[in-house]
Design a protein around this ligand. Sequence first.
Ligand SMILES: N[C@@H](CCC(=O)N[C@@H](CS)C(=O)NCC(=O)O)C(=O)O
Length: 201
Amino acid sequence: MLRLYDYLSSGNGYKVRLLLSQLGLPFERIDLDLDKGETRTPAFLKLNPNGKIPALQLESGEVLPESDAILFYLAEGTPFLPDDRLERARVLQWMFFEQYSHEPNIAVARFWHMHGEMTEEQKALLPEKHEKGYAALSVMESHLADRPFFVAERYTVADIALYAYTHVAPEGGFDLEPYPALRRWLDRVASQPGYIPITQG
Ligand SMILES: N[C@@H](CCC(=O)N[C@@H](CS)C(=O)NCC(=O)O)C(=O)O
């Protein structure tokens, strides 16, 4: 059986949980407590030397880390990943956008809000995280103004990658009110078959 190394409130872990649920694939979930350093134990570092969840252990024993790589792997040959060459590249385009322009700002601001008192350094960096996070949300808003989903007019792993931290952005101090197309897209994603909330393990 597939084994997912995960942490319940992690959006990166949630991406994988959500797709596994939508594919109807059974999996064992191992929860590692980030606050207790459980991603940095020698045993886990042997599985993922980068010391981060999510990591998916395949039935062969091979371990695949990096949420968007896991999504891409699991989606191959399913309706969640297009066959067309350019559309597949567009899925990657939005996943790279998520990892470079979105997650490092929105997820990090949320993490700081959720994990105890912020340090002085975090407080000083927060306005920049918000500015860059809002810039990413604006890019998403204009793309979604005349499209139902990010790629190929249908729900793909590009939507899952971007949904994970966007729908909980208010937990990082972001106001989604000025983004109507984005909020309609959030509702569209939440109504897909097999949808589970981030709180469900
Ligand atoms: N680029 C990675 C980021 C993974 C990541 O940042 N994981 C965090 C939780 S969301 C983590 O495991 N942090 C624990 C640590 O760094 O020790 C992905 O998309 O999977």
